[in-house]
Design a protein around this ligand. Structure first.
Ligand SMILES: Nc1nc2c(ncn2[C@@H]2O[C@H](COP(=O)(O)OP(=O)(O)OP(=O)(O)O)[C@@H](O)[C@H]2O)c(=O)[nH]1
Length: 387
């Protein structure tokens, strides 16, 4: 016998129990919940509940729900499919996958009804998370838990509700897979068994989506680590070459210019020799920041080598690149870096190259910029030279 078909209790008991728990006791224990849930499905209709009790582990339950990041997530056909199967199996016009949040019941997917959230106090699903297994209400108009709910008394006129718990791997009830009908009726044992099985599948799907998200996040983090230069926060050399190939290809395909600026700090060895390697690192970090704030969002900045940096400027002509390089040269010249009580200043030599009519490949473009950069060094440093 399912817990929903337990013996009928005196409706006065239920009223008393409800009232005690309505009056602020949100830390309800499961036995108390059972008192509320059992024994009032038939006979005299108890006074309507104005508040649905909360499980004794409510705050841990909410934390469990939130770790899945499923609330307010986009539609997902796999959940919709499970709701469709539940509706078919139970021969019900409505089926929903719901999550019971702090003050609302949010619908992940729905069949026969437009999914929308509703207040927790007005939703049958809020009863389901109070106990294990199914909540089976063959006639909602005759059940104290549901008789006064808007979904029953209102336009929708729901008269049958059966909800199966979605239980996390660590035992928290976070929502339901439920079926609803406009006429009172009893599901068969087979239908209830299948609904419970489908609820397990819905929960497995929630866990799967969560694992997928964690995996994607980890891969993105790893990709970030693998492509970022730790000192400057810019892209590293490997990532630069990847992006260079992509941007060269884009430049070819759309016949748009791509420019490249190569930056080499002047007399950087002297910074290390005179102020120490830590000071040299502080300078490189500061230059990395400066480049980050000087370039456009679509420009791609990388650490090319030791004290050599590189910026790709998509859709930028040689004139535009020269103007950008001049601004950067001035900004570097004007930059003052405070380190261990000392104020450091550096200059840089910059080489600029651009894809022309005979578009070079990435390596050729770099070689052109490198040649121009060395010309700037030869010309006295703190200069921009165009290839
Ligand atoms: N602190 C620090 N120094 C670095 C790093 N990478 C390269 N360097 C130093 O950068 C200096 C580069 O020196 P050089 O190639 O002789 O060039 P330079 O002193 O900048 O002289 P010019 O380029 O000719 O103006 C070397 O002392 C490297 O050790 C780094 O990550 N941190």
């Amino acid at each position: 016998m399912s817990s929903d078909t337990h013996a009928i209790r005196d409706s006065a008991d239920l009223r008393n129990a409800s009232c005690e728990n309505i009056n602020g006791n949100t830390n309800l224990h499961s036995t108390e919940c059972d008192d509320l849930l059992e024994g009032h499905s038939r006979g005299e209709i108890p006074e309507a509940c104005t508040s649905i009790p909360r499980p004794h582990n409510e705050s841990a339950r909410l934390a469990a729900l939130r770790r899945y990041l499923i609330l307010d997530s986009p539609e997902d056909d796999a959940f919709k499919f499970l709701a469709e199967v539940a509706a078919d199996v139970c021969d019900a016009p409505f089926a929903l996958v719901t999550l019971v949040d702090e003050d609302r019941v949010w619908v992940k997917s729905a069949v026969g009804i437009i999914p929308c959230e509703s207040p927790r106090n007005q939703n049958c699903c809020s009863w389901v998370i109070l106990k294990e297994g199914l909540v089976d209400i063959p006639d909602t108009t005759q059940d104290g838990r549901t008789a006064s709910l808007e979904i029953v008394t209102g336009e929708l006129g729901i008269q049958m509700y059966v909800g199966a718990n979605l239980v996390t791997h660590d035992g928290y009830s976070i929502g339901t897979l439920c079926v609803l009908d406009r006429r009172p009726r009893q599901l068969t044992d087979r239908q209830k068994y299948l609904l419970l099985g489908l609820a397990k599948q819905a929960m497995a799907l929630i866990e799967l989506r969560s694992h997928e998200r964690l995996l994607t996040d980890s891969m993105e983090r790893l990709e970030h680590i693998a492509s970022t230069d730790v000192l400057t926060g810019l892209l590293n050399r490997r990532a630069l070459f990847e992006r260079l190939d992509i941007e060269i290809e884009r430049s070819r395909r759309y016949a748009s210019p791509l420019s490249l600026v190569l930056i080499d700090l002047d007399h950087f060895k002297a910074v290390n020799d005179n102020h120490g390697h830590q000071a040299g690192d502080a300078v490189l970090r500061a230059i990395g920041n400066l480049i980050g704030t000087t370039k456009r969002a679509l420009d791609i900045a990388a650490r090319y080598g030791g004290e050599e940096l590189c910026i790709l400027l998509p859709q930028t002509s040689i004139e535009g690149a020269f103007s950008f390089a001049e601004t950067l040269r001035r900004n570097i010249h004007d930059l003052r870096i405070e380190h261990s009580g000392q104020t450091l200043a550096v200059t840089a030599s910059l080489g600029v190259a651009s894809t022309g009519i005979a578009t070079p490949d990435g390596k050729q473009l770099l070689a052109l910029a490198d040649k121009a950069m060395y010309a700037a060094k030869r010309d006295g440093r703190n200069k921009v030279v165009v290839a």
